[in-house]
Design a protein around this ligand. Sequence first.
Ligand code: DNO
Length: 357
Amino acid sequence: MKMVFRWWPHGDDTVTLEQIRQIPGVSGVATMFSDIPAGEIWPRETIFALRDQVHAAGLEMEVIESVNIHEDIKKGLSSRDEYISNYITTMKNLHEAGVKCICYNFMPVMDWFRSNLELPLKDGSFAMAYEHSFASGLTLDRIIASMMDGSHDMTLPGWEPERFPAMAKDVEFYHNVSAEEYFKNITYFLDAVMPYAEEYDLDFGVHPDDPPWPLFGLPKVVCSAESIRKYLALNDSKRNGLTLCTGSLGANPENDIPAMAKEFAALGRVPFVHLRNVKHTSEKDFHESAHLSSEGDLDMYAIVAALQENGFDGYIRPDHGRRIWSEASRPGYGLYDRALGAVYIQGLWEAVEKSRK
Ligand code: DNO
């Protein structure tokens, strides 16, 4: 297992590589170029320059989160072939720079969504939260505004402003796309890309839908054990894997996360894990919590044990942290709470390891 930490380059992060280097046990970053629009080739020189910067700080750059998928690929338009070809060139460039794992998602139009990016918790910290009745009643303008309001003027992953102008039309487009058609578009992408994933030694981890239920009338893709099985079966390559995001999947109390960790790690299909905890306030309402089992509804020990006992040998990163100690940062991605999470997870990992000897 390698512990990594999400980080944005080119001055787009409040956290520095030097700070990440000082978190015990963290070996590298999961990073991306949020300034390159989806569909464009990531130039070799740009990737190599970043790799060298990360290495100079004593860290590795083996995980990319995310190489976003152009909407035309998701929609299945004829222009998709050009974007897929660009995607494959980016994969080659990343491979040459030593990247081993690509996290991506196939969520239409928008990535994750929260109704409140700064819910005050009892201990004086702030966490991201989701209230279903509020979210379901929002117009697109309000959806965008509610995410931007809490963003502290930083790019939110998956909410890069260049996406906004097309969003309204895109949402409408998907209202006429059946789940079956949508899955055909995913298969087309996977069939084109997986042979190159093999060639370039790249593990792909699709990120679950967050929250893991239908919202805004958009097709849903990865939200339960059954849908993960379906996704993995779309293309049999072992490279076609899952980013097991415990917080995204765990937002649905019906999802048994240790069981999922067991099943998909045993298949060798989990290259990347996002570990965080959630606290349900009702069946479809929740807020994020500190990583500890005692702070949320997920049994983090059971999840870590299931991964380890089933041969998981990939990357783990602590996921969204709360805002604590008055830190000013991108919501969910400050230094302090995620660093606490990274160390806690490694404590669990060590405890499981020693208890198995
Ligand atoms: C949110 C993240 C997601 C994730 C993408 C992966 O904080 O978990 O934006 O990175 O869905 O493609």
